[in-house]
Design a protein around this ligand. Structure first.
Ligand code: ATP
Ligand code: MG
Length: 301
C-alpha cells in the first residue's frame, strides 16, 4: 500500500524536478472531511505518540519547514503542530542572523535550537536558508567568513556539512523530517494580494515578498538541488502540495502519524523498585480512601 510517507518523500539519490511535483490537489477528499474528521484523528494519534516519546525520554524530533513566502508555514504550525502538548514542543523561527549569530558558524544557532530528548522542535525556516537566500543574494560576499573560504565549491561543502550534521543528530537519537511546502507562483500572488487588501492581514505583508518573487526561478532551482543533495533515509525531504492549505495540513499530519508509527516506542517499563513503590502507594491510598480491590475499576480508566 502506498503511504503518504512514500508518495511525497524525495528518495535518497533521486533527481528533483519541481515542475513534476503537484502544487495542487485534484482528488476526491474534501476540506470538510479533513477538518471535521481526518485531521483531528491524525492530530490525536501523533499527540499521544509524542507523549509516549516524552515519557520514554530517549528520542527527539526536529521538523524543518521551508517554503517560498506565503506558502503556509505559519498556518501549518498553528493548525497541525499545536496538537502536540505545548510542554513537549518548541517552535523556533529563523530570521536574518543577528550580529551575535553572524559572529558564529551558521549551524551555531541551530544547535541552540535543538530539542531535548522527548521533545519536538519545529524549525520555521532553518539552516537551509544558509544555502538558499544566502546564495541567491550573494550574502557571503563581504561577510565575516574568511574570504579564501568563499569559492565556487562552498555550496557543495555546505551540503556535505549539513548531511554530516543531520547524520550526527540521527545517530544520537534525534530524528529529522523536512517539509518543503510547494506553492505555485500564481497562488503566491493571490495570497500576497490578500495580505495587501485585507486590513487584518496587512501586518503579514513585507515589501521584500515582492522583491523575492523576482528570484522565483533561482529559488526553485536551488530547492531542487538542495533536496537532491540532502534528502537522506535518516533525514528525508517531503514535497507537499501547498496551493490548498487544508490539503497541505492533512498530508503533513499523515506523515507525522506515520513517523511515530515507524518509531514504534511504548511507555517505559518500570524497574522492580519502582513497581514496589507503586504497590506501597496503592496500599496506602486505598487505606486512606477506605477502598477494597474490587472498588478500583473506576480508577483504571
Ligand atoms: P511568511 O512566509 O509569513 O512571510 P517568513 O518566514 O518569511 O514568513 P519573515 O519574518 O517575513 O518570515 O522573514 C524571515 C526572513 O529571514 C526571510 O526573508 C528569510 O529569507 C530570512 N532569513 C532567514 N535565515 C536567513 C539567513 N541565514 N540569512 C539571511 N536571511 C535569512
Ligand atoms: Mg516573509
Amino acid at each position: 500500500m502506498s503511504t503518504m510517507w512514500d508518495q511525497f518523500r524525495v528518495k535518497e539519490g533521486d533527481k528533483v524536478d519541481l515542475k513534476k511535483w503537484d502544487t495542487s490537489y485534484k482528488g476526491d477528499l474534501t476540506k470538510e472531511e479533513v477538518y471535521d474528521h481526518l485531521l483531528p484523528a491524525n492530530g490525536e494519534a501523533f499527540r499521544e505518540a509524542q507523549e509516549v516519546m516524552y515519557a520514554d525520554n530517549q528520542h527527539g524530533l526536529i521538523i524543518v519547514i521551508q517554503a517560498m513566502d506565503a506558502a503556509g508555514k505559519d498556518g501549518l504550525i498553528k493548525k497541525v503542530l499545536t496538537y502536540i502538548n505545548p510542554q513537549g514542543l518548541k517552535v523556533i523561527p529563523f530570521d536574518e542572523p543577528t550580529a551575535d549569530e553572524q559572529d558564529h558558524d551558521y549551524l551555531w544557532r541551530c544547535n541552540q535550537a535543538l530539542p531535548r530528548r522527548g521533545e519536538v522542535a519545529v524549525f520555521n525556516r532553518s539552516h537551509y536558508e544558509d544555502v538558499l537566500v544566502t546564495r541567491v543574494h550573494k550574502l557571503l560576499d563581504g561577510s565575516q567568513l574568511p574570504e579564501d573560504l568563499v569559492d565556487k565549491k562552498i555550496w557543495c561543502r555546505r551540503y556535505k556539512q549539513i548531511r554530516n550534521w543531520e547524520e550526527y543528530l540521527e545517530e544520537n537519537g534525534f530524528h529529522i523530517l523536512k517539509f518543503f511546502l510547494h506553492v505555485s507562483k500564481n497562488e503566491q500572488a493571490e495570497r500576497l494580494l490578500e495580505r495587501v487588501v485585507q486590513p487584518n492581514k496587512n501586518w503579514k505583508f513585507s515589501s521584500s515578498d515582492i522583491r523575492e518573487r523576482k528570484y522565483w526561478k533561482e529559488y526553485q532551482k536551488i530547492y531542487e538541488e538542495l533536496m537532491e543533495e540532502t534528502s537522506t533515509d535518516g533525514a528525508p525531504w517531503f514535497i507537499i502540495p501547498a496551493d490548498r492549505k487544508w490539503y497541505t495540513r492533512y498530508v503533513v499530519s499523515e506523515i507525522l502519524k506515520e513517523f511515530f508509527q515507524k518509531l514504534d516506542i511504548t511507555y517505559p517499563k518500570l524497574a522492580k523498585e519502582e513497581e514496589d513503590l507503586l504497590a506501597d502507594a496503592k496500599e496506602s491510598l486505598m487505606k486512606d480512601l477506605g477502598l477494597k480491590e474490587e472498588d478500583l475499576d473506576k480508577y483504571r480508566g
